[in-house]
Design a binder for this molecule. Sequence first.
Ligand code: AMP
Ligand code: ZN
Ligand code: FE
Ligand code: FE
Length: 283
Amino acid sequence: MNNFRADLHCHTTCSDGTLTPEQIVQLAKESGLTGLSITDHDTTDAYEKAIPLAKEAGITLLTGVEFSTVLNKISVHILGYGFHINDPAIIKLCTQHKQRRLDRNLAVLDLLAKQGMSLTYEEVIDAIPVEKASTGRSIGRPHIAFAMVNKGYVQNLQEAFKKYLGDDCPCFIQGDSFTVDETIDTIHQAKGIAVIAHPHLIKNTAILNELLKKEFNGIECYYGNFFTDANQRWVKIAKHRDWLITGGSDFHGSAKPNLSLGRSWIGEEHFQAIINYLSILNQ
Ligand code: AMP
Ligand code: ZN
Ligand code: FE
Ligand code: FE
């Protein structure tokens, strides 16, 4: 029996996960994963640590990132894989996102303060603690939500998102945004593949249909805690379009405690198809 399993979607303390890059690689090894991609929100900082450690652990590490984009005012996540880690286009987009997040987070804190829920930026950053301050950390809504829990403004993360921080909630503003097309172009410039992240979560059919017309190379068919039936819908779409089939858990550590690393994965056939596609791109 072939035990090859690659989890191509997880987050570290470089964004809103609770395990460090070192801990994720170690956990991947303990979980028996053969392949891994770390897909932090809008940053590739984890790779500096993860690349040598994965090599040591005998795990095939595919470069990855999960970019935030906006399409018709709706937030859409795009996964990039296999790009050159030091590509200037990727570095530039990550840097722009860092500024966008800072501006947006400060604006969200203003709105929360007006509702009597004051938080300092330090309280937000420290809400998901890391051993050493990481310069490239993507700070986002989960950090704010944790800080709100810590201060006793809400009971839990879900309440923070449901009442205040969710896309349509009173204390959330989108701020500057990047389009799907420019994000796909950036990934392609860096010789990577662009993949629709967790289509299972896209409730708006018009948005989904728009996305399916774009220049993606793949779609995340196996995701999170979804069952085979739900995943097959996306496998069918991938096959129909001749797109690559990807999959992963979206592991965030204790920030999303019901998702374990390796919960969703792809086998050798789909992983090899990605590697082959990348090698053609890089010829
Ligand atoms: P941001 O990247 O700052 O816009 O925050 C979006 C992230 O918040 C998502 O990627 C999820 O990890 C997390 N998130 C969104 N909705 C919820 C929710 N209802 N409960 C917990 N986490 C959420
Ligand atoms: Zn996240
Ligand atoms: Fe996502
Ligand atoms: Fe994710």
